[in-house]
Design a protein around this ligand. Sequence first.
Ligand SMILES: [Zn+2]
Length: 95
Amino acid sequence: MLLVAAHYLLDVTWGLRAAVGLLLATVVLRWGIASIRPLQAGAKTYEPVDVVEPDGVPVYSCKECGTQVVLLRRGSDKAPRHCGEAMAFTVVPES
Ligand SMILES: [Zn+2]
């Protein structure tokens, strides 16, 4: 009787371990796929158009390192990224 109970408990633990293992594998896999998704190239929203700002030069700035990029042609409304973050758009007056 004791042996049967021990055998049953062992089966339960193995079943539990397998279930927890499967659950963990699913969570890790989902997290991995979700973390890769932002790295994929964003779809273009339209054909590139020249950027004309009457008040100055269209500039994207990185908030982390200070890199500035002048925007000449726009192919998407999404901001370019630098240091892992979206760059901030400003129009710098021409001097
Ligand atoms: Zn940067």
